[in-house]
Design a protein around this ligand. Structure first.
Ligand code: SF4
Length: 643
């Protein structure tokens, strides 16, 4: 088996053939449509509230509804919720979400159509201990798990209940952490330990997931899972895709699209859950939009086949490139704003791309998401650009300029043969693989790569792979046009196509266009770079979507914390509704704000508790104090920019 293989094809859209799993009346996998699902946020003991919320979710497009069952009493109440729903003619399959409590799982499995177990905490309590296992003691641990897990499998078999073995990057057991570390392999192994038990017991109504808040880790883990299933001769179980704690608003949507979209592009995924810190009925339409992009994907324009990926799909490594201007090599990916379709007249025009002109002072001020370049096409910008912003123009126009300082030509491949300057941008259609030969042994060029193929990510990737195979190390800007005026649809489409490449270390810059609003295009470009973890320009909030365990109003709290901290560039803050799962789920955060009791918050520095049971009225101030102690605090700017 090819050691890099994780999908049917890197160049032709083809959905992975999974086995069919029956979940109530709505089967999953095989040739079923990719399903949409979500999770309630209300207390499971509130029967009426749960029923009402479930109905809203179904109306918004959810095909399965998950409900948390933290203890036996909530598991019991699932029966009440189910009865009410069925009495109203709502037969959506229900899924019980279980952490730590096998007895709740065993009861729920007799009531609902599917149970979700977290292999990181089904049989283990986390003590954050590193244990040195011998092969014998590890084997003894597996036997212990088997004993705890087997009754649930038997109940599921007897009742026709499906199961998701859902690994979370943030809640791996101490056993897995000790042996495999906090890695995609650890995540996969965590699920396989449970899956092998099911397989031995001839129970196959299984769905698998590998969620993480870090999109790179998440994508690598799903790919590795597919690879390992095949390697071990296990069935191709359906995949449930999700990015955990994606946050809210456009950041949450872009982050979800980067992670989930990267996998859907390669034909992986049978059901999608988008986790937003918003009302659950807002999640399904986002998931549906991501899925709908593949409705007519088969039969796309052909892309030259390539069997073996030249990048390791399970490990992040940025493609090796030479430095040209400030592109490539160790530089962060650059953002180019596309102004080619409009004539820039005054200085205000650059405000949407993060360059603010202050007329009183006759000065420019650059925001955190100030574009690095502007492409003006045939319409040169009629004034001196602010420091830090450079201009790219079409070759013919550039040639005629008197002053070419900080201005660079955009060439076609034909222009290359006559161009005798030192540095230029060259636009290349990714369908034209022969162009790689023209780029060989050239220096001083930034490749502006575009595609017209509906299977855009794969075609752009195919071209960059060809560059790698032929040893062409010029930096590449992903120049992607999506003609879509709806802001969210534009963000989801571009985040999928461009984010999927950045996740694999491909791309030294981004130029987005087609939406029309320069601010949306610019913010989306920076948002995608942040979501793919290639350039951090803002505070990152890793907030859980909330559920029946949540101890405070997550949306309100997230908004309040955001208001006080969203000027802290690159700092990652976890905002978690409960102490049971929260600390694990925010594995990646620098600081954590976690509900630990009614009106009480526990504050973390990384994974370490710094202050316990802080009254919620004081918790944000105390959090800021901790950030300050670490010298990571800066005062927000209060200056009002008058324009
Ligand atoms: S971290 Fe949030 S979503 Fe997860 S169990 Fe706790 S409250 Fe629920």
């Amino acid at each position: 088996m090819d050691q890099n293989k994780y999908c049917n094809s890197l160049t032709e859209y083809s959905r992975r053939e999974s086995v069919k799993v029956n979940i109530g009346q709505v089967p999953l996998g095989a040739d079923c449509p990719i399903r949409v699902q979500s999770m309630t946020t209300i207390d499971t003991m509130d029967t009426q509230g749960s029923v009402d919320q479930t109905i809203r979710m179904v109306d918004s497009g959810c095909e399965y509804v998950r409900i948390t069952a933290p203890s036996i009493k909530e598991a019991q109440n699932l029966q009440e919720i189910k009865n009410e729903l069925r009495a109203k003619g709502i037969d959506v399959p229900l899924v019980a979400d279980i952490h730590f409590t096998p007895n709740a799982a065993e009861l729920a499995a007799k009531i609902v159509e599917k149970v979700r177990v977290n292999p990181g905490n089904y049989a283990d309590k986390k003590k954050f201990e590193e244990i040195d296992y011998t092969d014998e003691s590890y084997e003894a641990e597996l036997l212990r798990i088997k004993k705890k897990f087997t009754p649930l499998v038997e109940i599921c078999k007897a009742n026709g209940t499906a199961m998701r073995i859902g690994t979370n990057h943030g809640s791996l057991s101490d056993r897995i952490m000790s042996r495999f570390g906090d890695t995609p392999l650890g995540m996969v192994e965590s699920a396989l330990e449970f899956l092998r038990i099911c397989d031995e017991m001839d129970y196959h109504e299984i769905v698998l997931s590998m969620k993480a808040s870090n999109t790179r880790i998440m994508v690598q883990a799903y790919r590795l899972l597919v690879h390992k299933l095949e390697e071990e001769g296990l069935k191709p179980y359906p995949l449930h895709l999700g990015v955990t704690e994606a946050g809210d608003g456009e950041d949450g949507r872009i982050k979800s699209a980067v992670g989930i979209g990267a996998l859907l592009e390669d034909g992986l995924g049978d059901t999608v859950r988008v986790s937003l810190t918003e009302e659950p009925e807002y999640e399904a339409p986002v998931a549906q939009s991501l899925i709908d992009r593949y409705a007519n994907r088969s039969g796309h324009q052909m892309i030259a086949p390539l069997d073996h990926s030249p990048v390791d799909p399970f490990v992040y490594e940025r493609r090796k490139s030479i430095e040209v201007l400030n592109f490539g090599d160790q530089n962060v990916p650059r953002v180019i704003a596309d102004f080619s379709g409009e004539k820039v007249v005054d200085k205000k025009a650059l405000k949407p791309i993060g360059h603010h002109y202050l007329p009183e002072l006759d000065k420019w001020k650059m925001g955190d998401t100030g574009a690095d370049y502007v492409y003006s096409g045939t319409n040169p910008i009629p004034y001196m650009l602010p420091n830090g912003l450079r201009e790219v123009l079409d070759y013919e126009i550039w040639k005629a300029l008197d002053d070419q300082e900080n201005k660079y030509p955009l060439l076609t491949l034909e222009d290359l043969s006559v161009f005798d300057g030192v540095v230029a941008f060259v636009q290349v259609d990714a369908a034209n693989l022969a162009a790689v030969t023209d780029l060989k042994n050239r220096a001083g060029l930034v490749v502006m790569l575009y595609t017209q193929n509906i299977h855009a990510m794969a075609e752009l990737r195919r071209f960059i792979f060809e560059m790698m195979l032929q040893g062409v190390e010029l930096p590449v800007v992903l120049m992607h046009k999506v003609m879509e005026q709806d802001q969210t649809e534009f963000q989801l489409a571009t985040a999928t196509d461009v984010g999927g490449l950045l996740i694999d270390g491909l791309g030294d810059g981004v130029m987005l266009s087609g939406q029309g609003n320069k601010k949306v295009e610019n913010d989306t470009a920076f948002g995608i770079l942040q979501a793919a973890r290639t350039r951090m320009t803002k505070t990152e909030y890793i907030s859980c979507p909330s559920c029946g365990r949540t101890l405070f109003d997550l949306q309100e709290t997230t908004a309040m914390i955001r208001k006080r901290t969203d000027h802290l560039k690159g700092v990652k803050i976890g905002i978690m509704g409960c102490i049971v799962n929260g600390p694990g789920e925010m594995a990646d955060a620098d600081y954590g704000y976690v509900g630990s009791g009614k009106g009480k918050i526990t504050l973390y520095r990384g994974q370490t508790v710094v202050k316990r049971a802080v009254p919620s009225e004081r918790a944000v101030d105390e959090l800021i104090e901790i950030i300050r102690e670490d010298d990571n605090w800066v005062e927000p700017e209060t200056e009002v920019i008058a324009l």
